[in-house]
Write a protein that binds this ligand. Structure first.
Ligand code: HEM
Length: 261
């Protein structure tokens, strides 16, 4: 049996549910898909299916998929995401020391505030936009207010919002990045959001083996497995499922507000 370690703040920390996690990660892809149905991730997946399809078909994403996105639309996407990610990541860092499950899924290696800031500044410069002269969308403000409320009242729900967007970036982000690259042809410095160089600092358990320098694809499955083996009450699980849905809905509203661009 292999032990699983997270490399956090310079220390290797052993996770609490190594045996259960080994059972997940050593399964074949087909077994894995089947097994996930009965898990927390499976329940989240069920709950967000319709809203995912709804958000994907909004004009901003169809423009991306059809190689028609404008630099303005992409800039405003980055700008609004920056404010959302920054709020959530700062909240996670404040609450993680008081919550074992939150601490177990927080990886600064997949945080995106810094990357979003870099990309946003790159596009702002190209477009001649003064970032200090513009404000986040109303839908972004609503999402930020929601995240601040979660931090105060039900921090466990932050896992839902964090999972939805982190997994979304690690999964669908690959397609989105390819399209953006082809359509807008930015310098690599303007495409940091979809790059995860810091994953090379991690060692994860992948199909029963210790893997150093995981790829985003390996990491995203590991991330799901890790969430599935968290020791949570039924109430906590339900809270995370609700928050996943609420986060997707709110992201959908931000995407909707991008339509005029
Ligand atoms: C055009 C836009 C998008 C595309 C093309 C896309 C594509 C995909 C694909 C191909 C998958 C399955 C891949 C896998 O699980 O490895 C997936 C799953 C997922 N995506 Fe997206 N996605 C988009 C937008 C989003 C957005 C905006 C979010 C979140 C804010 C998101 C969150 C997720 C999540 C949470 C899953 C896992 C779903 C599940 O477990 O059933 N996606 N996406």
């Amino acid at each position: 049996m292999y032990a699983i370690y997270q490399f956090l703040s310079g220390y290797f920390i052993k996770t609490s549910s190594d045996k259960v996690l080994d059972q997940f990660t050593s399964k074949s892809s087909r077994q894995r898909a089947n097994d996930l149905k009965e898990t927390l991730i499976g329940r989240i997946s069920e709950r967000i299916r319709d809203v995912h399809a709804e958000v994907d078909s909004k004009p901003f994403f169809t423009a991306i998929l059809n190689y028609k996105v404008t630099p303005e639309a992409y800039f405003y996407y980055l700008f609004n995401m920056y404010h959302i990610y920054k709020t959530r990541e700062q909240a996670l860092e404040r609450v993680r020391s008081n919550s074992i499950p939150i601490n177990q899924v927080c990886f600064s290696e997949i945080y995106r505030t810094f990357e979003l800031e870099r990309d946003m500044n790159y596009f702002a410069k190209i477009l001649g936009i003064d970032i200090n002269s513009i404000k986040p969308f109303k839908s972004t403000d609503n999402y930020i207010t929601y995240l601040n409320k979660l931090e105060k009242e039900t921090p466990i729900k932050l896992i839902g919002s964090y999972y939805i967007e982190s997994y979304g970036n690690l999964a669908g982000g690959i397609t989105i990045a390819q399209r953006i690259r082809k359509t807008l042809n930015p310098d690599p410095v303007g495409m940091s959001f979809y790059n995860y160089p810091e994953l090379k600092n991690l060692t994860i358990n992948w199909k029963g083996k210790e893997v150093t320098r995981p790829t985003p694809g390996q990491f995203k499955n590991y991330f799901q497995d890790l969430i599935n083996v968290l020791l949570l009450s039924e109430d906590e699980e339900n809270n995370i499922i609700d928050a996943s849905y609420e986060a997707f809905k709110m992201i959908g509203e931000v995407i909707e507000e991008l339509s005029p661009y």
